[in-house]
Design a protein around this ligand. Structure first.
Ligand SMILES: O=P(O)(O)OC[C@H]1O[C@](O)(CO)[C@@H](O)[C@@H]1O
Length: 473
């Protein structure tokens, strides 16, 4: 793999006030929470009677404990130190990250404030992984797991509401079959539910209260029609026209966040398989290492389905027996689809963090720092595999940044142009709420209007883009 992609046709320039903001404000909070988390684990391990002494096991290179290493990273980041090479830890992509770092050093862009934002952010999670992977004790440890679980457990009210809507669809199933326009309307509702499911994301939620999160999770019909005006590019009709031409096809989800968002992905997938004849198989792609705080790992995926089946899992809000039975209905169906291989995770569900060599090869691509432009050259196996899909759905902001290379395209640039050589490889749908500067495919008129209305529209998560490209090659 090499980083020097031949696309785009002009020099990438990615720095912006917002990226700087995340380095100085958001990342230190994330690192501080990891240090807290590690301390808590330490105390538990060192409790009287517990024979395990992690401070011995957790020594990493240079004689520093993992906690000292993470604290040092936080210190260096705030002072704009140079990024250190990723140690050879036996996990994928260390060479790729390091060769790019070398290239950046030649351009004096290898410090926390000067490195391209996309690279620096991916590096941060890969470097953290390296610290953990080099120890015996923390190798299987996901420092974000407790946050993921905590927020998911509090998402009960929104999850029950969605499950009840699906129950209503089940009740009207027979009528729906004879009314194609009803299915189309539901498809639009589902796509929007799945889109707005991306509005919550733990790497952004450092300042949010539970009620803020609940507001973001409001995805039912009324809220959706109110939010339609916030969709700045809307290819829903093109997507439906494409999907309705499929017969028993395969859909892929390149997943983003665990918890509530992956629940909305599963609901959308369930809808496609259960209520339409267009889709008979769904493949889910996640991350092999803890990534951008809340991204789905194979273990998160398995955990989500078990949690949905457990009627005492959700802790917030009051739920009636009826709510619970509606959730059981869809959770049981999802679990059955997994058992029957109708829903599959792209790597085995028990793949450990860091991957398991050949068995998880197809999952490695998603945690490298590259744009997706050159997937065909960088990871031909994955590219060829996705060519078997009838629709590849890329969820969320980071996937969008990688699809477009995270560069400052004029916002009226066609999506196809920003996706570059990847465009046309397979039918591609991006569902993204805007949390970073890059945004393309917007008409001049819409752009003028939004610039007047809200100067934070690119980053405040209130606006969204639904972008579709057909297969052309
Ligand atoms: O979960 P999502 O939608 O990919 O969002 C992640 C986004 O959050 C950030 O980490 C912080 O803004 C971005 O860098 C990143 O693109």
């Amino acid at each position: 793999m090499s980083f020097a992609a031949p696309y785009p046709p002009y020099d990438p320039t990615d720095k912006s006030g917002f990226s700087y903001d995340t380095v100085v404000k958001r990342w230190p909070i994330i690192l501080a929470s990891i240090v807290d988390q590690l301390h808590q684990e330490n105390h538990a391990l060192q409790a009287p009677g517990n024979v395990s002494d992690d401070l011995t096991q957790a020594k990493v290179v240079e004689g520093k404990t993992i906690i000292e290493q993470v604290s040092q990273l936080k210190y260096q980041m705030a002072r704009d130190y140079a990024l250190e090479p990723i140690p050879e830890d036996g996990e994928p992509h260390a060479d790729l990250y390091n060769s790019e770092l070398g290239r950046l050093a030649e351009q004096s862009r290898n410090t926390w404030f000067t490195a391209p934002w996309l690279y620096a952010e991916c590096y941060l999670y890969r470097f953290l992984r390296s610290l953990l992977a080099q120890t015996q004790h923390w190798r299987a440890y996901d420092p974000f797991l407790s946050q993921k679980v905590d927020v998911f457990q509090k998402s009960g009210p929104s999850i029950y509401r969605i499950a009840s809507s699906i129950h209503d669809i089940e009740t009207a199933k027979n009528t729906l079959k004879s009314e194609p326009s009803g299915i189309e309307a539901l498809f639009q509702e589902m796509i929007q539910m799945c889109l707005w499911g991306n509005a919550t994301d733990l790497s952004l939620l450092t300042h949010m209260t539970l009620s803020d999160i609940e507001k973001l999770q409001t995805v039912e019909k009324e809220a959706q029609s109110a939010r339609k005006q916030f969709i700045l590019k809307d290819d829903q009709e093109q997507v439906w026209n494409h999907v309705k031409g499929m017969k028993g096809g395969r859909v892929d989800f390149v997943l983003d966040n665990a918890g509530f968002e992956v629940f909305t992905d599963l609901v959308f997938a369930d809808f496609l398989v259960t209520y339409t004849s267009h889709v008979s198989k769904v493949v889910f792609h996640g991350k092999l290492i803890p990534w951008f705080v809340s991204d789905v790992t194979p273990l998160d995926f398995k955990y989500t389905i078990e949690a949905l089946l457990d009627s005492s899992y959700f802790t917030s809000g009051s739920s009636s027996e009826e709510d619970k039975s509606h959730l059981q209905e869809i959770a049981t169906r999802i679990s059955r689809y997994v058992e029957e291989g109708i829903f599959v995770f792209s790597v085995p569900a028990d793949t450990p963090l860091g991957g398991s060599g050949a068995g998880s090869k197809l999952g490695e691509f998603w945690t490298n720092p590259l744009p997706y432009w050159d997937m065909e050259r960088e990871c031909p196996d994955l590219w060829n595999d996705l060519r078997n899909s009838g629709l590849v759905i890329f969820k969320g902001d980071l996937n969008y940044r990688k699809l477009t290379g995270d560069i400052q395209w004029p916002s009226t640039t066609p999506f196809k142009e920003a996706v570059g050589p990847l465009a046309g490889s397979f039918p591609l749908l991006s569902l993204r709420t805007n949390k970073a500067d890059v945004a393309v495919g917007i008409t001049q008129e819409a752009l003028d209007e939004i610039e007047k209305k809200d100067d934070k529209w690119r980053v405040n998560g209130k606006y969204a883009l639904i972008s579709f490209l057909p297969r052309t090659k």
